[in-house]
Design a protein around this ligand. Sequence first.
Ligand code: FES
Ligand SMILES: [Fe+2]
Length: 449
Amino acid sequence: MRADENELLTRVGPATPMGKLMRLYWIPALMTQELVAGGAPVRLRLLGENFLAFRSPDGEVGVIDHQCAHRCASLFYGRNEDGGLRCVYHGWKFARNGQCIEMPSEPAETDYKARVKLRALHVTEKYGVVWVHMGDRATPPPLPHFDWDELEAGHELSVSFMMRECNWLQALEGDIDTCHVGFLHLGAAGPDDFEEGTLNYYRQLPENLAPKYEAIETGYGNVYCAYRHAGPDHFYHRIGQFAMPFWTMAPSEPMDHIRARAWVPIDDFHSMLVVIGGPRSATTVRKDGTPVPGTSSPIRYLPNTTDWLGRWRIEENPRNDHLISREVQNSESFTGIQGIPVQDQAITESMGPICDRTKEHLGTSDRMIMLTRRKLMRAAAALRDDGVVPAEVDEVERFHNVRAGFAVLPKDADWLDYYNARRAAWSGGAAQPIVRMRRPAARTPEKAA
Ligand code: FES
Ligand SMILES: [Fe+2]
């Protein structure tokens, strides 16, 4: 990758091509519960811009520029009153749509306030999340239509946030790189730690650490399948997703589970992992009943602060080496870092604030990453050069019937036929099948010694 391509992909400020692309889509910005009616405004940084999010005493949410339009004092110190935020410097008051509605420091007969407006984002609340749209269109598109309604109807939908101290793209790329699971997370386990049988998800991973990959472009992003032997007659497939512009779905459960993960750029050097989906079912329990060392650990959040970067941080970070224990690394676990999410966090933060991709040497297991970079670069350049808005920005049904998971299939079965059949089942036959543009090479993964 050239340095200019890396810049194009990673920089998200308002003047950058990728930043402009991201501003076409809805962004999951806060948890609903972060904003209390009539409570303190929350400092909110998104795509390198600073806003304040607040919930008025009547319960409605506003997200506006954090600096007062008068002389740029921060409205963070403002009063959350009926109808808007009041700056405590000279008392100007701003409605949730940014309009200045009171200007008590000016003569009563002036209409100056009618001509003063702060930038305000489109806001909506759904699925326990406050969503914002940062673009400048008068009417924003609908929310991306992932299959969350189904989960919500069954009271199975949950949301979590977690800050990561690195650029959004390297964080996202960890989630479409299924090959690392056998090393980073399960490196301490061998196949014999797990029960025999083709349906044992964890047995197949250490049995073959070099799966073959196929990645295909779709109407919403890209889909991949990583596959390896599962006994003499079957392949074990891991099917995962990238959806524009920053969504992933990892195959961490049997096929059909719904859990979309957004890698929201906070700025060029920080990202927020937002997970919206159903409950977990798969665990890493070995046949002796114990988990693989290093895999089970609850996330230890630090208390949220009011800082721009103070929300949803975890205890492990680059300044404490993610609490690595060399002793544990040398005895029981592969990494010496406790917990799968922390291992992901540590390894992507270790690449630096923005990974210098000119130094990489990509392999066959990076096929999905390459396809995803190409798709993002093409979309950002098409918007910059020709004003092309990707179709899925408005055609949000494209995000419907997108799911991830693993499946063990007979060797002669085509995973894409299987996946399309599942899509047809979820949608009652309505979903368009995904088509392969070019037939892949013969699928003959070598079994690891
Ligand atoms: S700076 Fe806000 S009212 Fe003067
Ligand atoms: Fe991981």
